[in-house]
Design a protein around this ligand. Structure first.
Ligand SMILES: Nc1ncnc2c1ncn2[C@@H]1O[C@H](COP(=O)(O)OP(=O)(O)OP(=O)(O)O)[C@@H](O)[C@H]1O
Length: 576
């Protein structure tokens, strides 16, 4: 049950169980000194009454019992610490790894619906808050509840009237806290959303600082960001105020228990229906039993927020993964689209691709052409199974790619996307990302083939120069050439080039095209290029319009046809 409720691993659930048991054991054990004290007091009073020496012959028993009791308390606390703190950190790191592994297997449709801040909060923030909750709050809560149950039964058996005086306030206080739970969770959610919006805002501000500074709406933008940050402060304050007030109310109700024991006990003793010793025992218990409750109540807010984190995590865990076999039974590397229909979201009424069929043959360059938004990038993303098609089929060498595990399938692809992702590392390491076991010589050869050598030599430290966050020290054309070098290094049988040469000047583009054409020979190449000069060299053109294949054939044939492709070609020819 614990495993399901708190989304734990088998070991995590086992450790939490042990933590709860040791916490309950500890809470019960700390009550025993009260019993021992009462026994000693009883002995002393008995001795005084009968005129004997107090505690005669029993001193050793009391010393031994005290030592054993303290040893047991120490042991219970040590086990609780070990089982909860150490185990919860291990569990939390396992959870982070499991989440990251899970995300690797999720389709891109999942990430399109979530924003980056939300995911970061789940992986880092939620895991950290759960770490704290499992290391302390949950074992303390359950441990206290078990202790309370055991003591309640004992108190009722000893004297139900006095027992009720102690127990009723605890129930009342718990009811108040649970009644406020819904409000607390709502406040938590509001606060978390405000934090996420502020995080997104700051991230957007840092990412686009250049555009914001040069825009006439700089003031307006900053006011918007300031409002988001102020919302966080306001909602955090409210979020603290609610549990604070509820906590104060429940603590007050708990204190009433001590007063009730004092008044009821006093009346019962005066009537002679309760012994003085029993009255003292209940008073001592009432003085101690509420202490763990106070700390549990303080932790409840933490536990309620943890339940929100767990819900978010379960949502990720439940998302279906892109699965498939670990081997790719392809014969050759022709890519075939067979009546493919696809849209990014179920809510859209129009398909982005609507019955697309074509064959991109091995050893040929197939160019995807068409007006902006017609679905060219979508075709290349579907070919690498970044998304799964809604209907129809895509095959690689005859193998249905929807049945092949994405990681296995991806080994066959090298991709140069429109947005090049570069890392804050050296040029050498950025290119080596194409194939992590490549030697320096292989990296340099790929860089030369992608015409990077010339600008790399100009960098202060050559191949060892750090290129800054996302290659911010490089020009658009240079960044793309690094990305091409990476793809060349991977030497995969299928190459997807998406706007690969868009940021280069005409001269560099011609040189890169030449380099590519020698290096890409024998491979299946799907290229998206707006410039018609690039397309003219392709073996086949797929002209897309509104998500449908409008024309297909060799560039020469399509030019002769004088249709859509020819019109676009001529229009660009005029511009160039
Ligand atoms: N991740 C996404 N989520 C939702 N819609 C998307 C997504 N990516 C693209 N689209 C939409 O799908 C349609 C096709 O986009 P796609 O990027 O494939 O076109 P394209 O032909 O490559 O355009 P361009 O030449 O301008 O790059 C567009 O209407 C676009 O708005």
């Amino acid at each position: 049950m614990l495993k399901k409720l708190f989304a734990l691993s088998d070991t995590g659930a086992k450790n939490l169980k042990l933590g709860i048991i040791s916490s309950a054991f500890y809470n019960l054990l700390v009550m025993f000194p009260v019993g021992l004290l009462m026994m000693a007091l009883g002995d002393i009073l008995e001795a005084i009454k009968s005129g004997k020496q107090p505690m005669q012959g029993k001193t050793l028993f009391y010393i031994a019992a005290t030592i054993i009791l303290f040893l047991l308390i120490f042991l219970a606390q040590w086990i609780q610490y070990r089982q909860t703190y150490t185990a919860s950190y291990k569990e939390s790191s396992k959870r982070r790894i499991a989440l990251a592994e899970k995300m690797k297997k999720l389709p891109l449709s999942f990430f399109a619906k979530k924003d980056l801040a939300n995911l970061t909060t789940t992986i880092m923030g939620d895991c950290t808050s759960l770490e704290m909750t499992f290391s302390n709050a949950i074992p303390t809560l359950f441990g206290t509840l078990i202790m309370f149950l055991v003591i309640s039964i004992s108190l009722i058996v000893m004297d139900y009237r006095m027992g009720l005086c102690i127990l009723l306030p605890a129930f009342l206080a718990a009811i108040v806290l649970f009644a406020a739970r819904k409000g607390q969770q709502k406040a938590d959610l509001r606060c978390a959303n405000a934090k996420r919006k502020a995080y997104d805002g700051v991230q957007e501000f840092l990412d686009n600082i250049q555009e914001i500074k040069s825009s006439s709406r700089q003031e307006e933008y900053l006011i918007g960001l300031e409002n988001k940050l102020e919302d966080v402060v306001k909602l955090s304050f409210k979020n603290e105020l609610l549990p604070g007030s509820v906590l104060a109310a429940s603590q007050f109700i708990l204190r009433l228990g001590l007063v009730a024991v004092l008044i009821t006990g006093g009346i019962l003793v005066s009537k002679g229906s309760l012994s003085l010793m029993m009255f003292l025992l209940f008073l001592l218990i009432a003085g101690r039993i509420y202490d763990p409750f106070s700390s549990v109540f303080m932790l409840l807010a933490e536990i309620f927020s943890a339940m929100v984190s767990i819900k978010r995590m379960k949502e990720i865990e439940k998302t279906p993964e892109q699965r498939g076999q670990k081997s790719c039974p392809n014969k050759g590397y022709d890519i075939v689209f067979d009546n493919v229909r696809f849209k990014y979201s179920k809510d859209e009424d129009k398909n982005v691709l609507d019955g697309v069929s074509f064959r991109a043959c091995q050893g040929e360059v197939t160019a995807l052409v068409g007006p902006s938004g017609c679905g060219k990038s979508t075709v290349s993303k579907l070919a690498a199974r970044f998304w799964d098609v809604d209907s129809g089929k895509i095959t690689l060498g005859g193998a249905d790619i929807s049945k092949i595990e994405p990681e296995t399938l991806f080994k066959n692809f090298a991709i140069v996307f429109q947005d090049v992702m570069l890392f804050d590392e050296s040029v050498m390491e950025n290119i080596r990302l194409g194939r992590k076991d490549a030697t320096d010589e292989e990296v340099i050869a790929a860089a030369k083939a992608a015409l990077c050598e010339e600008f790399i030599q100009r960098l202060p430290d050559g191949y060892n120069t750090n290129i800054g966050e996302n290659g911010s020290f490089l020009s658009g054309g240079e960044r793309q050439r690094i990305s091409i070098a990476r793809a060349l290094l991977k030497n995969a049988p299928v190459i997807l080039l998406d706007e690969a040469t868009a940021s280069m000047d005409a001269e560099s583009e011609t040189l890169v095209q030449e380099a590519l054409s020698t290096l890409l020979s024998g491979k299946t190449v799907l290229v998206i290029a707006h410039r018609m000069r690039t397309v003219a060299r392709a073996n086949k053109v797929i002209f897309l319009k509104d998500g449908k294949v409008a024309e297909t054939g060799t560039p020469q044939k399509l030019l002769q046809k004088n249709g859509l492709f020819a019109a676009l070609y001529k229009a660009q020819g005029l511009k160039n």
